[in-house]
Structures are given as C-alpha cells and as structure tokens.
Design a protein around this ligand. Structure first.
Ligand SMILES: [Zn+2]
Length: 549
C-alpha cells in the first residue's frame, strides 16, 4: 500500500552536537530531507565528530534551527561551505543574534583544529578549520527569521511553525506538519533545549488545537532525572555573603542567556539597595557585551518591561584595563565570558583572583571535564592549579550553582509532555545515557497520553508510516545498527524491524545487565568511593552540586 513515510535519526548521543535528520518519503516517491539543528560537538573527547564528513549538505532540502547555541548551530557554516544553498529557518530573534556567535566560532576554528592535531597527531592532516568568516557571511544570507506561531510552507506539503520556548531568548520548539494530498499529516514536534521561563520571558499557554494535535514528539532530557527541589537557590545568598566579607567577586558566564540573567540579578540587588556603594560592576568579553546590546534592542519590542535589565554604572573592560583591575583598590564584581572559564577574558581574571585571599569565584553553569572551571572545583584550597604554562596557588573561594540552568527539570519536562493530549510517539534524546533511560521510565509511568516511546541516539532511528488516505495511523519502529547510513542519506538501509515494546524490553535487559555490573563494582569499590566523596564534599561543599548542566 502506498504510504507517507518518515525517518528520524539523531547524530548525538551526548548533549552537544545536536542534529536531527527527518527524511520524508511521499507516495509519489518524492523525497525531502530536513535537518533540524546542525550543532558543534563541544566536549573535547567528541570534537573529532565535527570533522567527520557524514552529511552531504547538497542533498538537504531545508535546515531549521531551534535556538542560538553553538552546540545547535555551530556547523551551519560548514554545511554552506560544503554546498548547502537553501534556506536556514529560525525565529526572528535567533536571526538577530546568530551572526556574532558564528563569527566568533569562525575565529576559534584555527585554535580548535590545532587542539585536534595535538590530540590526534597520527591523523593531524584531517584537522583544518571547518570554516572561515566568508562562509559565515554566506550562511547569514541564507538565514530566514520567522515570528513565533506564524505558519509557513517551507517545502511542498511541509508546514513549519515556531513555538515559544524560554531556554534562551529566541529559542523555539519546532512543529513540522508533513502531508500529501488528502492524507492526514504526520506532525513532528522537536522541543530543542527547553525551559518554561527565564528572566526575560515565559512560555504562554499553547492553543487547544495544537495541544490536541496528533504528534510525534522529540524531547530533550538533559535534566530528565533532576527534581525541582534538588536545585537549591543559593546564588543570591552567596553574593550577599561575599558583600559582607568585602570579597572581590568573579563570575564566569556564557555570552548569551547566563550573562544577561546575572546582570538582571544584580540590577534587582541594586534596585533593592543591597549592593554596597563602594562596589564596582565590571563586564568583560566582546561577545557577551555585544549580546547585551542585542538583548536590549530585542526586548525593546519583545518584552519592553525587561528592556532595562542592566544595573547602573557598569564599567566595560578591555584587554588593557583588565590587567589593572585591582590597582584602584575598589572592590569589584566582574562578570565575564566564558562560562567554563576556559576561553576569553576569564583566562586573564582567574589567575588574578585565584591567588588573592579575599575573593569569590562563582560558577553559574555546567563545568565540563577538562575545563578550567572543573579544575578549580576539583582543587583544594592552597593547592596548586596549572593554567597554561604557569602554576597558581588556590586561595580564592570557589562556589557553583545549578539554579541558573536553562533546562527543564524532570517535573517540568513531564509537565510539557502532558500538555499534549495525543502523542503517538515520544523520542527521548539530548541527555546522558542513564538519564535518558530513567526518564524513559518516568514517561512510561507518568504520561498517559504518550502511546509509545523510545530513545533516539546514534544507534537507533525511527520510522513512521501513514498508510492509506484516511487511514488509521500505523506507527512502526525500526531499529538500525548505525544511523550513519541515514545521515549520509544517499541510500536508506534498514536494520531489523522491531515494535516499541520489543525495544523497551531490549532496553530493560541492557539496563538490568548494567545495574548488575554497577552493583558488582559498587561492592568492590564502595569503601574507596565513600572516602573519595567525603574528601570531595569537604573541598567543594556549600550548597553546590557538580552534576551535569
Ligand atoms: Zn541550548
């Protein structure tokens, strides 16, 4: 029987390097390939994946972007460099913001390639900059900004709508309604990285027709096992305590989202008269500073009540003034890029703050392995920290918090999923393996409107069939050993077909085996681990946790 078919694969088992490929096969044999996000792998151990030529951009018919984070957009100029000439759709806010970030990424390409050559000397010839400024220039010309909730037809029979998402300003959930003649459409909803609210916006209620729509949904699960009450709100108190102790404060912040939210927090403290008058607020990092300006312009029309989110009397720093930050003896609050302290002006500030007694270095985001932020958290007071070629003694107090996360907690993700009344299939992705597994169980027990669910990763893709003209909906799930064949998309090669129940059982068996192994290794190393974690608690203590973003 003739059918409208769709295949979805993801190329990321991890939480960076986001990309989905949706292949639509119509009954008239016309095939469309739509890429949802094309992100850069940021974790050093997965960065080589950025250089693997697994995608033929000339075969792609449209690219749609969920939001302006490099792990969702960072390879767009690579696609353009390799021959992608069609439109790249995003919200109009993301279109405003994306340029500076892609130019910044282009600037880092030489350094990234250099790191890769050092890491894999035998394959050094493979690692060259992925793209240059000229490629970014071309990419920006192909970007098309669309307002939230405005539906447009991007390919014959394929309608696109961006829905509000407060992960960061401009973020969206992507709805793709795919139909053929008078067949009922296959509706795909990609959540992207999701959150209900941030300092600047809140997701409004979705209309009933959207909530009642028959959906095939793909949800992130980054914080899929983190409960709301596990995230302690300590940032404000930590800062007030630092004021009392007259500490100089250094805060590492991502250029978009975190920096503006932190600035807004200080504006609130300022309005409440809680910032001692002698303190000076300094902001550094060209990308962060330019994004602050963009935020002001965007909020001017998007949410004017938050337009003036910056505290008064800010001092902007540059490469000269940052060297002499302590010379005037005035206590400082420095908010700078980068969030994990690995790049940008943070590299200059950290050594200066680290060796001073009365200072606080506050982290407000996830500290990945092999980053300076992680190193600081894992180093005891008075121990040595190596930064570049030099060694510094850690005198500073280091604190961190997860309260500024831009991802939904377990309860919020379940709330989002339960907003929709007819989810034919829910694909879980964008989370650590254990988290995805656990979240899968939560969905199966707490989401009565989800008919089937599965975990989407490099090893599994899913296919969906709409058979007949008015027909019953037939959703079949196909397991494939490798998704590379689909990503490469010249030819679709399928592995063994299985029902969602079979996949679930397969997962259960794998988890039981894993739990057994875990139990065994726990028994063996329990005492050691207890000692280790006690030591760690002593070092990082406070109300801080080091779990993933
Ligand atoms: Zn994101």
């Amino acid at each position: 029987m003739r059918a409208l078919k769709a295949y979805v694969s993801a190329y990321h088992n991890e939480v960076t390097g986001s990309r989905f490929l949706l292949v639509l096969e119509r009954p008239d044999e016309k095939v469309y390939r739509i890429l949802i996000d094309y992100g850069y792998f940021q974790e050093p151990k997965y960065r080589y994946l950025n250089y693997v030529d697994d995608l033929n951009p000339e075969n792609i018919d449209a690219i749609v972007v969920t939001h302006n984070h490099i792990d969702h957009t960072g390879l767009l100029p690579k696609a353009v460099r390799q021959g992608y000439k069609k439109n790249i759709y995003m919200t109009e806010i993301t279109e405003e913001l994306i340029g500076n970030f892609l130019y910044d990424s282009a600037e880092q390409q030489e350094e990234n390639a250099h790191d890769m050559r050092d890491r894999y000397p035998d394959e050094a010839h493979k690692f060259n900059p992925l793209y240059y400024k000229e490629d970014v220039e071309k990419t920006l010309k192909q970007c098309v900004g669309i307002a939230y909730r405005k539906t447009i037809e991007i390919l014959p029979g394929v309608k696109l709508t961006f829905w509000e998402n407060a992960h960061i300003l401009g973020a969206s959930m992507i709805l793709l309604q795919c139909s053929y003649l008078n067949m009922r459409p296959l509706n795909f909803l990609f959540t992207g990285d999701f959150k209900f609210d941030n300092s600047f916006t809140r997701v409004p209620m979705f209309p009933k027709w959207f909530r009642d729509m028959e959906l095939i949904m793909f949800s992130e699960s980054t914080y899929g096992t983190t409960k709301r009450d596990e995230i302690k709100k300590c940032f404000r108190n930590n800062i007030l305590e630092a004021f009392e102790r007259k500490q100089d404060i250094l805060i590492g912040a991502f250029a978009q989202g975190r920096m503006q939210e932190i600035l807004y927090d200080f504006k609130v403290l300022q309005d409440e008269g809680l910032i001692p008058p002698e303190y000076q607020i300094c902001v550094d990092g060209p990308l962060g500073i330019s994004t602050n300006e963009k935020y002001r312009d965007i909020l001017d029309w998007y949410n004017p009540s938050r337009k003036d989110f910056m505290p008064k009397g800010i001092r902007y720093m540059d490469h000269k003034s940052r060297e002499y930050i302590f010379n005037d003896g005035v206590p400082k609050i420095v908010i700078t890029t980068s969030g994990m302290l690995n790049n940008g002006p943070a590299r200059v500030y950290v050594p200066m703050f680290l060796e001073r007694d009365n200072t606080l270095i506050h982290l407000v985001g996830y500290a990945a392995e092999e980053t300076l932020a992680r190193k600081l958290l894992d180093t005891k007071r008075d121990e040595a920290v190596k930064i570049g070629a030099k060694t510094y003694k850690k005198k500073s107090v280091i604190k961190t918090t997860r309260e500024k996360t831009s991802h939904a907690t377990e309860e919020e993700l379940i709330e989002l999923i339960n907003m929709f009344n007819n989810i034919k299939f829910l694909g879980i992705n964008h989370g650590n393996t254990d988290v995805k597994d656990e979240f899968y169980d939560d969905v199966m027990t707490q989401c009565p409107n989800v008919h089937q669910a599965g975990i989407l990763d490099r090893e599994h893709m899913f296919s969906f069939y709409r058979v007949g003209l008015k027909s019953d909906y037939d959703t079949r799930v196909i397991v494939k050993a490798r998704s590379a064949g689909l990503i490469n998309n010249s030819k679709l090669v399928f592995g063994k077909e299985a029902s969602a129940q079979e996949i679930f059982e397969k997962h259960q068996v794998a988890r039981a085996q894993k739990d057994k192994r875990k139990l065994r290794s726990q028994k063996n190393g329990k005492k050691d681990k207890q000692k280790k974690s006690k030591r760690r608690e002593k070092r990082t203590g406070r109300c801080c946790s080091k779990r993933k973003r």
